[in-house]
Design a protein around this ligand. Sequence first.
Ligand SMILES: [Zn+2]
Length: 298
Amino acid sequence: MADYLIRAIDKDMKLKITTAVTTELVSVASKAHETSATASAALGRALTATTMMSTNLKNDQDIMTMIIDGGGTIGKIVTVANNKGEVKGYVSNPTADAPSKHEGKLDVGAIVGRNGSVQVIMDLGLKEPYVGQAPLISGEIAEDIANFFYISDQINSAVGLGVLVDVDLSIIAAGGFIIQLLPGVEEADIVRLEETLSKITSVTQMITDNLTPEDMLNELLPGYELDILEKTELEFKCNCSKEKIKDLILSLGREEIENMIEEDKGAEVVCQFCNTAYQFNEDELREILETIVDDEEK
Ligand SMILES: [Zn+2]
């Protein structure tokens, strides 16, 4: 099954829900970054959450970035998504790992840490991007994002994220859900939702049982009448290119580029987001150098 998400709203306008299956994109990300089991779970949860949160973006150029930095051994988790279902991301230290908790549950909180924050930057093509931030609660990510919604927008929500990693480090299942209560709901609605959610099975169980995002709606919210608003296919996709890396080298300045030519006889630049390596030989570096001279002579 290809990865996709479903966004729906209930007929009484009391809540909205997004469900996603992301097994394939998390698999691509974990292979690209050669992440440990626990780091795969951390990166996978962050990528899944980012795809679901980016449904708020209206325009094709809009970009959402999430940075989770809890002071743990994994360092920063950086994820970026657009509204076309394309997501990319990396962690500072892909080999960070920790012993599993009970029943083989990966201890994501142990490597993420909780001395820090989750930051969300929405670049909507305006002069200033929207930036929201909230302290981390557990470093388990789902709970931290629910807290983020509450701190930044006073929205009550339930967030579930899951990544199941096999012993050979392949990804068996990944996905998640976000349920947000809309403004004006009454206490009774909150109680009803809490009661409903207390009975659900885990996200990874649902996906291992081959539930689709549509099936997950019914599994999570039985008895609610839901209107599906959107279905978006999801993929791990980086927009890097040799041309963009050239600009990056250019920004290093003349001296640095001359060093690359004289000392290293070339350069290799690796894209942080997808780990693709770009090679530049001496001639190509000289060409880049020439564009600097041209600019200065103008
Ligand atoms: Zn890339």
